[in-house]
Ligand binder design. Structure first.
Ligand code: HEC
Length: 432
């Protein structure tokens, strides 16, 4: 009897009301669910949240919201995890189950809109999109913006920050450093928005090293917050390099013009560690029609000691699940990120809370699974064999990983399992 009472009391005492769950909505939801952001409805007041109560319960129980695709265990090591704790899920569900009452009146959740100022003060170099006209509807193609830097000497980039103008329409933007002589979208004119064909995008010089072609500087995706690199880390901007934006916008019902900006900061002195993004990729993949579980495997082997900073699995619409594992020279394995339900719409970069030290000889193994069956609702065509290509109806398996290492070493710090399309590929290059 006593046990029964003790069990029942807390439940009765705490009919959860809105004022109690408001901090969860503020912290975990309102960043996207506010006017002008990517979430379809604002959730910044009781009146706004109330009609969504049932949907909120369902979404958090099914863990479709917040969007986050890594599993519970590997998410614990991730600094930018959006995964709700079980306690937060229980609170939200308890609020809905208790009738989604208001409780004490509260102020609207303040807009977390990006500050008008740059986080780290005035940047040394700014790249600005010269007015991208996003129509109200329709599919928008990947668009490129090549900007020359025209600097007299090599520079070290200590930080880079996005200031996104029309956040509701930006699917993603990746900024790359393109060293002189690179084959990467080499046909795009400088200083203007340019839609490159598939062939222009995939063209590369024979035996060109990835580090000589392009290097990811920083990406933007919904939910982005500026992340500082380590205090003694920087990325190399070789004299004569360009900054290339790869831009993907999504029409959102209202025509807008975007002027997003990237601010770049130069280090005052050379860093101790150079940061680069390595990209093992499976350009040989060939996914049979209807195959529900095609596996693709690539790896990168470190040629010197390094620290792993971030990970970004990349596949397209048939991407199903992804894992990145570290394998130490003694054979020990460490599952770094496990993404059991990959979603192409969310190109998440997973930043480790603590950079992971890896010795020379360690391997980073990236496994992607693809669902080319009709059961995959995102599959554009289950009847086709699917090959490598950067259109979303083609496929990719790329493990983008940021690593830091002694700056005096060569930038080509890894041996990759595969980087180039086989010469005998039966598949023609796609030319849109
Ligand atoms: C990173 C951005 C982001 C965050 C954070 C986020 N949402 Fe969403 N939410 C979206 C987007 C975008 C959609 C539209 C559907 C989609 O794309 O999945 C959506 C849709 C929804 C829907 C509509 C039904 C559904 O499940 O599709 C609900 C309900 C919802 N979100 C609740 C929440 C709650 C509650 C939180 C916090 C616990 C939250 N969201 C956090 C971006 C976000």
């Amino acid at each position: 009897m006593l046990r029964f009472t003790l069990y029942l009391l807390p439940a009765l005492a705490s009919a959860v009301t809105y004022d109690q769950i408001r901090p969860i909505l503020a912290e975990r939801c309102a960043g996207c669910h506010q006017t002008g952001e990517i979430g379809p409805m604002p959730l910044t007041t009781y009146q706004q949240a109330r009609p969504w109560a049932k949907a909120i319960k369902q979404a958090v129980l099914k863990r479709t919201m917040p969007p986050w695709h890594a599993d519970a265990e590997s998410s614990q090591r991730i600094h930018n995890s959006r995964r709700l704790s079980d306690g937060e899920v229980n609170q939200l569900v308890a609020w809905v189950d208790a009738g989604a009452k208001e409780g004490k009146p509260t102020a609207p959740i303040p807009s977390a809109k990006q500050d008008a100022r740059w986080t780290w003060g005035k940047p040394d170099f700014v790249v600005r999109i010269p007015g991208y006209e996003v129509p109200a509807s329709g599919t928008l193609r990947y668009t490129f913006l090549v900007t020359g830097t025209d600097l007299p000497e090599d520079r070290w980039i200590s930080a880079a920050e996005w200031k996104i103008d029309q956040r509701a329409v930006v699917h993603h933007i990746n900024a790359f450093i393109r060293p002189p002589g690179s084959s990467y979208v080499a046909t795009a004119p400088k200083g203007q928005l340019y839609v490159a064909s598939g062939a222009e995008r995939s063209f590369r010089h024979p035996n060109e090293r990835e580090i000589d072609r392009r290097e990811l500087l920083v990406g933007y995706e919904p939910g982005y917050r500026p992340v500082a690199w380590g205090p003694r880390q920087a990325k190399l901007l070789k004299k004569g390099s360009d900054i290339v934006f790869e831009i993907h916008f999504t029409a959102n019902g209202k025509a807008v013009v975007d002027h997003s900006e990237l601010g770049i900061y130069f280090a005052k002195q050379p860093p101790e560690e150079r940061l680069v993004t390595i990209t093992p990729a499976d350009s040989k993949l060939a996914i049979p029609p209807g195959d529900p579980n095609y596996r693709s495997f690539v790896w990168a082997e470190l040629q010197a000691d390094a620290k792993l900073v971030s990970l970004q699995p990349h596949m397209h619409l048939r991407g199903k699940a992804y894992r990145i594992e570290a394998v130490y020279p003694d054979g020990r394995r460490d599952l770094l990120i496990d993404v059991p339900r990959y979603d192409f719409n969310w190109q998440t970069t997973y930043f480790l809370k603590e950079p992971l030290k890896l010795p020379k000889g360690a391997k980073l193994e990236c496994t992607g699974w693809f669902d080319n069956s009709a059961n995959n609702p995102a599959n554009p065509d289950p009847a086709k064999t699917i090959y490598w290509g950067d259109q979303s109806w083609e496929e990719m398996n790329v493990g983008f990983m940021e690593i830091a290492f002694d700056r005096r070493g060569d930038g080509d710090i890894v041996k990759l399992s595969d980087t180039t399309r086989p010469a005998d590929s039966s598949k023609p290059l796609v030319n849109e």
